[in-house]
Design a protein around this ligand. Structure first.
Ligand code: HMG
Ligand code: MG
Length: 305
């Protein structure tokens, strides 16, 4: 059930985009290098978005250029429009992510346009990327609920997923932006979307506001989904999703996967170190249960020595 699961680490982007304290370019590069050293290979490192919208992501160009590129590493950056695409491309992006919404309210708040207008914006971006040999991931936010519009029907998600897939996105990431989903809903949604996008090309991007993210992932894996977006330490949130908390924590995901017998290739000790370092920089304790437990265990062991 857990075979072939791939983790997309979104901490350096989703994790830091909503923090009060902006992490410097240098700090973000150190964080990404620590994640690479922990064995995470697919990492979302920044966003080429309006600096007025998300000042925390200013310097994503330097971050993308500054991280060490290995044969097995894949760095993703968010791109909302052609301006963002040109900047991403100029700085060597090989994988970009366009990001839309299943709900009108969030689309308007997040990217200042309707869902239909956002698709029109994505079209030239995806076309140019494909012509340039750049891979495009497609995000859909608010797949299980919207902070502005409330309930979101699976059909609204399916409609956007189908368009993103038909445009040529290699993977569609389903964002429970405000973390309101439960396993039953997550399962039904994945089944509905998998009627159009192969299950193996769907990613689960679940925020953990109501503590359901791991359970939702497990349900999704039972349905055959194999890609998990998570953030070290459980960092994350979106300034346009008020009240929502962070992404499911990478440590917690790794712990669950290893417990299911799946080798993740992630070194937990190094991952927790990466989390601890970034937590110091943003002056906030990690919310990851596993990081908290392992830190407590280490402190106890140190005391006994
Ligand atoms: P707009 O105001 O409608 O755009 O914003 P505009 O084209 O009228 O431009 C306004 C200003 O922004 C101009 O500058 C542009 O040059 C500049 P000014 O003349 O005022 O000085 N601008 C840009 N600057 C840098 N890079 C760009 C860019 N584009 C325009 N690419 C826009 C529309 C989409 C640009 C804006 O709303 C925006 O950047 N939004 C980004 C919001 C964002 O990043 N949100 C967080 C990520 S989404 C998320 O977290 C959810 C996710 O994790 C999944 C989930 O959890 O659900 C992915
Ligand atoms: Mg998110």
């Amino acid at each position: 059930m857990s075979n072939g699961v791939r983790i997309v680490e979104v901490g350096p982007r989703d994790g830091l985009q909503n923090e009060q304290t902006s992490v410097s370019v240098e700090g973000r590069i150190v964080f990404i290098e620590a994640l690479l050293a922990a064995g995470l290979h697919t990492i979302e490192v920044g966003a080429f978005v309006s600096p007025k919208a998300i000042p925390q992501m200013v310097g994503s160009d330097e971050v993308l250029r500054g991280v060490s590129h290995h044969a097995d590493s894949e760095f993703h950056v968010l791109v909302p429009n052609e301006k963002g695409y040109e900047a991403a491309r100029a700085n060597g992006a090989k994988v970009i992510a366009v990001f839309g919404s299943a709900s009108e309210g969030f689309s308007r708040a997040n990217i200042n346009c309707s869902v239909a207008e956002s698709i029109e914006r994505f079209k030239p971006v995806v076309a140019r990327a494909r012509a340039d040999g750049v891979k495009v991931r497609g995000y859909i936010s608010c797949v299980l609920g919207c902070p502005y519009d409330g309930e979101v029907k699976p059909k609204a998600v399916v409609d956007v997923a189908k368009v993103l897939w038909d445009l040529g996105c290699y993977e569609v990431s389903l964002g429970d932006t405000i973390g309101v989903g439960t396993p039953k809903k997550a399962r039904e949604l994945l089944r509905a979307v998998a009627g159009y996008v192969p299950m193996t090309h769907l990613a689960m991007h679940f925020h953990d506001t109501y503590g359901q993210a791991l359970a939702n992932l497990y349900a999704g894996m039972e349905e055959g989904a194999r890609v998990i977006d998570s953030a070290a330490g459980g960092l994350g949130g979106c300034p346009y999703a008020p009240g929502a908390t962070g992404n499911v924590a990478t440590e917690d995901v790794v712990y669950m996967l290893e417990g299911l017998g799946a080798a993740t290739g992630v070194d937990m000790t190094k991952l927790v170190q990466a989390t601890n370092e970034i937590s110091k920089l943003i002056d906030c304790s990690p919310v990851s249960r596993v990081a908290t437990a392992l830190n407590a265990k280490r402190r106890l062991a140190n005391k006994r020595e």
